[in-house]
Design a protein around this ligand. Structure first.
Ligand SMILES: Cc1ncc(C[n+]2csc(CCOP(=O)(O)OP(=O)(O)O)c2C)c(N)n1
Ligand SMILES: [Mg+2]
Length: 584
């Protein structure tokens, strides 16, 4: 049995376990409760990225997980540090993103006695995580990390929380000294009883902590659908004349498998719509990938495979899939596979692996049989692209968002990752921008959370420093994490943000004004967001006319290549492009 003499305190144990799992980076905002974890992790060579709001740390861990296929890790202090993370935790839970949140807590003996930042954290956090670990003994810290990493990734992935009380993290001598002081020197019976109690308490905390066996990482095997489901789906697909795939985020949770999945889809030769993290799976332009009129395609298809996609609001609750079509749902979650529509074939397991298994079983494609179907979809796509071109050609006083994204599509490199955070501006981007490859598009997911942008970009740029990271921000959305330009600058992270400045929360205003004839609370100013970023030491560029757009984007890209963070503040004209769209 190997032992590790450097496990001086609980912080070391947590750090050693993280290192054993290959965790490259911890996102954090400091606090005395968690200092030993951060110092120990740094000592072991992990990167510590300190942010300006705890919610950013968890958004970053979420993005890191999505891009690496391994749980991202964030550490925050007790009480308000933890409450600040709740939105990001919930977002990760709904996006099924595996992450580990380490949270501080008041000393074990003082919990519930009015200690600093002491609240009952379980009821706040537990509903949003797969497991809430409440640690009471030093020796349990390392194994809890190993178990948490495994739970986060297994089955339906999601966040896991470990509560680490501060008195478990420091070295035994200091903690014994601290408890001895707390016990005082009184000689009365209650004084002596307190000392006896505290002494026994400390004894329990350190029980078994002489065991210095390092923690090892565990292998997590993806759940596999039944072979019979693969055969049934292969048969249905072979019979189908108008098959259709919709592939979503969950199908690419095994990030390392993304390329193999793309090849399997190509081999199957079925037209496909990609959503969430799966956007970009087939590269920039692939003949099988359709981008527009998904609703019509769903209505016409006679065999639909929903791979890692539930029939929620994003798929209009499944109502467009025709009743006599064969519906195949491949999903790690049995509940999601059956949400709002009962599939004919429910393949419960990893959706990406399911498609790969299908490509090994399905007979060779009869290209001729599907030619007409593919042509119909491709023609519709082309017609929509032509409409976008027409709308993009319209010129006004400032910048046409469609034309702007056509320009960004030209300028952004082959290794660009796009982070989407906003309303109409971002929805427009999702029609016009072509993600470059697998795992190059990050959006919040089903929770529809504004404010993910800075944290996601932080996770992306630290996980994939070889990538060019562009945040597509609404001006409303950018306000949440703008302060993180400070983080980008301090850590030398060359993130590029483009802010679609329409001086308002337009996605909301659009319907509110129409239905309630009031723009109350939806109006913003043409704020100088570029000057705010410059104030943090980043580069700020303002774009007020269409002619300035392309050169500004090129300049932003050059500055990022030199290691600078950049914010491009783009004054938008109004557009009708998003008229009529509403999500509920
Ligand atoms: C945390 C959060 N708060 C509020 C909303 C509601 N919401 C959805 S879109 C939107 C407007 C976004 O405005 P902006 O980022 O400027 O993008 P625009 O629609 O103007 O392009 C709002 C407020 C939300 N989705 N998330
Ligand atoms: Mg706006």
């Amino acid at each position: 049995m190997t032992t590790n003499p450097s496990l001086r305190h609980g912080g070391d144990r947590v750090a050693q376990a993280l290192q054993a799992h290959g965790v490259p980076c911890i996102y954090t905002l400091c606090g005395g409760h968690i200092s030993p974890i951060l110092a120990a992790a740094k000592g072991l060579g992990m990167r510590i990225v300190d942010v300006r709001d705890e919610v950013t740390a968890v958004f970053a861990a979420d993005a890191a997980a999505r891009l690496s296929g391994r749980p991202g890790v964030a550490a925050v202090t007790a009480g308000p540090g933890i409450t600040n993370t709740i939105t990001a935790l919930k977002n990760a839970q709904l996006a099924q993103s595996p992450l580990l949140l380490l949270g501080g807590a008041a000393p074990t003996a003082l919990q519930g006695r009015g200690a600093l930042q002491d609240i009952d954290q379980r009821p706040l956090v537990e509903p949003h995580v797969k497991r809430f670990f409440k640690i009471r003994r030093v020796r349990d810290l390392g194994p809890a990390v190993a178990e948490a990493m495994e739970i986060a990734q297994s089955g339906v992935p999601g966040p896991v929380f470990i509560e680490c009380p501060v008195d478990l993290l420091y070295d035994e001598a200091s903690i014994r000294g601290w408890y001895a002081d707390a016990g005082g020197k009184g000689t009365t019976l209650p004084d002596r009883a307190l000392r006896w109690y505290l002494n026994r308490h400390v004894q329990k905390m350190f029980e078994g902590s002489g065991d210095l066996t390092p923690v090892r990482s565990r292998t997590v095997v993806a759940p596999q659908a039944d072979g019979s489901k693969v055969s049934a789906a292969a048969t249905a697909l072979a019979k189908a004349e108008r098959p259709l795939f919709v592939i979503g985020s969950q199908a690419v949770v095994q990030a390392a498998q993304a390329q193999a999945l793309a090849e399997a889809v190509t081999k199957l030769g079925v037209p496909v719509y990609l959503s969430g993290m799966a956007r970009g799976l087939l590269g920039r332009d692939h003949p099988l990938q359709m981008r527009h009129s998904r609703r019509n395609a769903l209505r016409e298809s006679d065999c639909v495979l929903l791979a890692g996609v539930p029939c929620d609001f994003r798929l209009d609750y499944g109502k467009h899939v025709r009743r006599n079509a064969t519906l195949i749902a491949a999903n790690r979650s049995a509940k999601d596979a059956r949400l709002n529509r009962r599939p004919d074939i429910a393949a419960i397991g990893d959706a990406g692996d399911f498609i790969q298994a299908l490509s090994r079983q399905a007979p060779a494609i009869d290209a001729g049989k599907r030619q007409a179907w593919l042509a119909t979809l491709a023609q519709r796509d082309a017609a929509r692209e032509a409409e976008i071109d027409t709308q993009a050609a319209a010129r006004g006083e400032h910048v046409n968002p469609l034309a702007f994204f056509r320009a960004l599509e030209q300028v952004a490199g082959d290794h660009a990752v796009f982070v989407a955070d906003g309303g109409d501006f971002v929805a427009t981007a999702s029609y016009v921008l072509h993600p470059r490859g697998p795992l190059t598009w990050l959006d919040p997911g089903a929770f529809g959370t504004l404010g993910v942008g800075a944290g996601f970009a932080l996770g992306a740029t630290t996980t994939r420093p070889d990538r060019e990271v562009w945040i597509v921000f609404g001006d409303g959305a950018c306000g949440y994490g703008l302060v993180e330009f400070d983080t980008f600058v301090r850590h030398g992270l060359p993130v590029i943000a483009v802010v679609g400045n329409d001086a308002g929360w337009t996605q909301i205003a659009r319907e509110q004004v129409k239905m309630l004839h009031d723009d109350v609370a939806t109006v913003l100013a043409r704020t100088d967001y570029h000057a705010v970023a410059a104030g943090f030491g980043a580069e700020g560029i303002v774009v007020k006319t269409m002619a300035e757009a392309q050169p500004a984007l090129q300049r932003a890209r050059e500055l990022a290549r030199q290691g600078k963070a950049v914010l491009v503040n783009v004054w938008l004209d109004k557009t009708e492009f998003r008229e009529g769209s509403l999500s509920m």
